[in-house]
Design a protein around this ligand. Structure first.
Ligand code: IPE
Ligand code: IPE
Ligand code: MG
Length: 245
């Protein structure tokens, strides 16, 4: 008998924006004695399912870390394969999705200028196809938090801001149109943020699972969300029940 799919909980306004560090594709492949590229293919395959589940739960912004500014240090063969895979995912899956689902849109975070002409124009095409839709997936591609902050500070200076304020920086980040992530999930078990949303994630709840990205699934999402709702977010203040003691 087929296993019954776990029912999805519904989230509220406390959990509207989620960031995901999709890590562990290489280890997933290694465990199966497959090339790293097979792990990336398996990882790309599950993205849409995860996005659908998050959206069905009532999440409106999902930011996926697809390729960091530091990932260029990998062997050329792996980088080329990843870029080709990302192009394929955008061209075959995302374009179709935006055409058929009027609630779905995608934006790209990161400096597009160093991407290939083919990939860059695909990203721009996708961004122009759909704007202001209820569900936004931000794909962080050639993205680095430090690079983003430097870019934002320079943009603020060019605009004439003097001194530059935190508000000015936020306004010029690649994520200017998305709320800060309430929750950042990292698969693959490493306890670090690897330059992901370092400004926006200042007060995000962090959830790390040992599960490798290609194995991430609905059960894992439910676990992460349940864990989020157990956390007390204080933002540096006191819990109301402790104030006035
Ligand atoms: C994440 O998986 C994908 C990218 C960084 C592009 P990895 O390729 O980092 O997989 P591991 O961490 O080596 O297992
Ligand atoms: C983070 O994973 C980047 C992405 C998931 C795209 P990495 O595998 O690059 O991170 P490190 O090198 O282990 O910190
Ligand atoms: Mg990794």
């Amino acid at each position: 008998m087929a296993k019954k799919l776990l029912e999805l909980p519904t989230v509220d306004e406390r959990l509207q924006s989620i960031g995901i560090i999709m890590d562990g594709n290489g280890r997933w492949a290694k465990k199966r004695m497959l090339p790293r590229s097979a792990g990336h293919v398996a990882g790309a395959k599950i993205i849409q399912k995860i996005l659908e589940d998050l959206r069905a739960m009532g999440v409106h912004h999902v930011t996926l870390y697809a390729f960091s500014t530091e990932n260029w240090k990998r062997p050329k063969e792996e980088v080329d394969g990843l870029m080709e895979l990302i192009y394929k995912y955008l061209d075959e899956v995302v374009i179709e999705k935006i055409k058929t689902d009027k609630d779905f849109s995608m934006c790209f975070l990161g400096d597009k200028s160093v991407l290939s002409e083919k990939l860059r124009s695909k990203c721009i095409e996708i961004e122009n196809m759909a704007k202001n839709r209820p569900f936004v997936c931000n794909l962080a591609l050639n993205y680095g938090g430090r690079d983003e902050i430097v870019h934002a500070v320079n943009a603020a200076i060019a605009e004439g801001c003097n001194p530059v304020t935190a508000e000015d920086i936020s306004r010029h980040l690649y994520t200017a149109n998305s709320p800060d992530p309430d929750l950042i999930i990292r698969t693959g078990g490493d306890l670090r943020v690897s330059n992901f949303l370092i400004w926006q994630g200042a007060y995000s709840e962090l959830y790390v699972t040992d599960t490798l990205w290609p194995d991430f699934n609905r059960e894992e999402i439910v676990k992460a969300v349940n864990e989020f709702y157990k956390r007390k977010r204080r933002f540096g203040a006191l819990d109301p029940e402790d104030a006035g003691d």
